[in-house]
Design a protein around this ligand. Structure first.
Ligand SMILES: [Zn+2]
Length: 267
């Protein structure tokens, strides 16, 4: 016999200044999770984890969608089945977010990047483990239509990987955005990457491109003090991005590609 119904009791609730689902950016937002007092003991030693999976119940979602277009990301994408997407609209609207645990204050967890609005019931909390990491998974290319959303998502990926908001991380994100523009999906196995510059630039670009040193060999790095450069190649196309100047938190979103880079494409 198949189960026809399962009863779940929320173990807590999301507290966030964000009330409207349309206001939650794709990379999520900082929020608090209030764990109900009867479950306090289940938080014992949870602070040993830097990252947690939060399973929430998207109580505002529609439950009758089996296929959908991820229109918030890009209205021109084709339809996908909801089990191949993170769409909140699905038969059981369970939300899954990987968050960074910033602080534990009694029954309250302060987290970053939570994809949930104020009042979202929380079903479960689980640790994120090293063995959860798949460095270069194959995924559909759900490319955001808006540059600002592509930038925010690359920035989140870069920070998750590099774990430090240094100037070279900003440079890497800007280079990856150019590569995405000229080369298409930069995580594909046929896209190779050669980086010269700082180890921080190389590490962040490796995290964004998922280019590994071997199997397949997609990544090379030369440490040098000269101008930062990344060379991207795939069959029939080569892209060379050379930095004309450095970039930092202030200039990251405002400096133009032309001011920041010399860009060469050869077919
Ligand atoms: Zn760094």
């Amino acid at each position: 016999m198949y189960e026809t119904e399962i009863n779940l009791k929320p173990i807590g609730i999301v507290r966030s200044p964000t009330k409207d689902t349309g206001e939650v950016p794709i990379p999520g937002k900082p929020a608090e999770i209030l764990v109900y007092p009867q479950y306090s003991q289940a938080l014992l030693r949870i602070e040993a984890n830097s990252h947690l999976w939060i399973l929430g119940w998207f109580h505002l979602s529609k439950r009758d969608s089996l296929v959908t277009v991820p229109a918030r990301v890009n209205p021109y994408l084709p339809q996908y089945g909801v089990f191949g997407l993170r769409s909140p609209n699905r038969p059981n609207p369970i939300g899954l977010t990987l968050v960074r645990l910033q602080a534990v204050e009694g029954n309250i967890l302060k987290v970053t990047n939570l994809d949930a609005v104020d009042g979202t019931p929380v079903l479960d909390i689980k640790p994120y483990y090293e063995q959860d990491i798949v460095f270069s998974p194959a995924t559909p290319y759900i490319r955001p239509y808006e540059l600002s959303m592509r930038r925010d998502i690359f920035f989140k990926q870069a920070l998750t990987h590099h774990q430090e908001e240094c100037d070279h991380l900003y440079m890497a994100v800007r280079m990856a955005l150019i590569a995405d523009e000229y080369m298409g999906q930069i995580t594909l196995p046929q896209v190779t990457l050669r980086v010269s510059g700082s180890p921080c630039l190389a590490d962040t670009l490796q995290g964004l491109s998922r280019a590994r040193l071997a199997n397949p060999a997609r990544f090379e790095f030369t440490a040098q003090d000269g101008p930062s450069q990344s060379i991207w190649e795939k069959p029939g196309r080569r892209l060379i991005i050379t930095a004309r100047q450095s970039v930092n938190r202030e200039s990251f979103k405002v400096i133009s590609d032309e001011e920041l880079f010399e860009i060469t494409v050869t077919e």
